[in-house]
Design a protein around this ligand. Structure first.
Ligand code: ATP
Ligand code: MG
Length: 335
């Protein structure tokens, strides 16, 4: 293995059975997270980002099933286990969840329980995984709350969620995610509900924690600006598939997939001239229950050719590790 990966998702397929319909939420997804780095998973609403993350955690809704794939987790170099070999309720997964791999959920503001204090909610996670006496546990939580920029953490330990602002609640969610010093932190749109200044603070906090504890981060977002600021590698998803994957620099300097190119044109990115008009991507994402014979992006693609309708493009891997799923490159036509 060339790189040291802490997580490798291989050919993951997760589907929902809704009545007689099958929703192909995650289709043959392979994603690699290098140890100690941040991977951005980006794409429009409904492309399968959250379902991919929930598949890793095995916290899927009842209607969902993982049909295929591997979730290879490497707690340390040279040691690998496929998490899908353990069931979602197995002792192994329960031990790994929260301790080795933790997740900040997309809707954190409603995931805090209104009837318990902030401190007791963090304590519950800590107690589930570590055997600390009460005083020690409390000290560690207060310390973390302080590091996360919560003023007077001693007092705030005893506060209830309603006594916190949105940004502060978000910090508490990060504390819940970080309290056991996980190897992997999956942050699902951790800043979407927050204003821009708080967004920047939260991202800086995650980075800071990463530096201190060597945490590997999978950062889910639909915002390319956030990707540019916070990530080392990027996976671009479209309709349940990873259409492009590569190092940040490579994706931004040389976006290959027409969808990535469109994404980069449609969002303001730091450093890009303010006067440049932002384009929106033409068309809308089709219904996820539609099965395509060819590339899912073909109906919206300005470069589509006959082949794109006929069959799924294979993954093309370039020397620098940049990967793309697009017939144009297979045919040798650079765009
Ligand atoms: N509980 C559910 N029941 C049925 N279908 C679902 C459910 N959750 C997700 N899906 C479907 O799975 C697909 C992927 O959804 P997912 O939530 O992973 O998207 P996402 O990329 O996280 O989008 P967003 O940016 O809006 O959070 C979508 O087609 C969605 O409609
Ligand atoms: Mg989501």
């Amino acid at each position: 293995m060339e790189h040291d990966y802490v997580l490798q998702i291989e050919n993951l397929e997760t589907k929902f059975a809704i009545g007689r319909k099958t929703v192909n939420a995650v289709n043959d997804v392979s994603i690699k997270l290098r140890r100690g780095t941040t991977l951005g998973v980006v794409g429009e609403s409904g492309c399968g980002k959250s379902v991919t993350a929930l598949s890793v955690m095995q916290l899927l809704p009842k209607a969902a099933t993982i049909r295929n794939g591997k979730i290879l987790y490497s707690p340390k170099p040279g040691e690998v286990k496929d998490l899908l070999e353990f069931g979602p309720n197995s002792k192994e997964i329960r031990r790994i969840r929260g301790k080795d791999i933790s997740m900040i959920f997309q809707d954190p503001l409603s995931s805090l329980d209104p009837v318990y204090t902030i401190g007791s909610q963090i304590l519950e996670i800590l107690n589930a995984h570590e055997n600390l006496d009460k005083k020690e546990a409390r000290k560690r939580i207060v310390e973390l709350l302080g590091k996360l920029g919560i003023p007077s953490p001693e007092d705030r330990y005893k506060s209830y969620p309603f006594e916190f602002s949105g940004g502060m609640k978000q910090r508490v969610m990060i504390a819940i995610g970080m309290i056991c010093n996980p190897n992997i932190l999956i942050a699902d749109e951790p800043t979407t509900a927050l204003d821009v200044t708080i967004q920047a603070q939260i991202l800086a906090l995650i980075k800071c924690m990463q530096k201190e504890y060597g945490t590997s981060v999978m950062l889910i977002t639909h915002n390319m600006g956030i990707v540019a600021e916070a990530c080392d590698d990027v996976a671009v998803m479209y309709m349940g598939r990873v259409v492009e994957f590569g190092a940040l620099q490579s994706i931004f300097d040389k976006p290959m997939h027409p969808y990535t190119q469109a994404l980069l044109r449609s969002v303001p990115v730091l450093g890009m001239g303010k006067d440049k008009e932002l384009e929106s991507i033409q068309g809308t994402t089709p219904d996820a229950s539609i099965v395509f014979a060819g590339c899912e992006f073909e109906p919206r693609c300005p470069h589509a050719c006959a082949k794109c309708k006929e069959a799924h493009p294979p993954v093309l891997v370039f020397e620098d590790g940049h990967e793309v799923r697009c017939w144009l490159y297979e045919e040798g036509k650079a765009i």
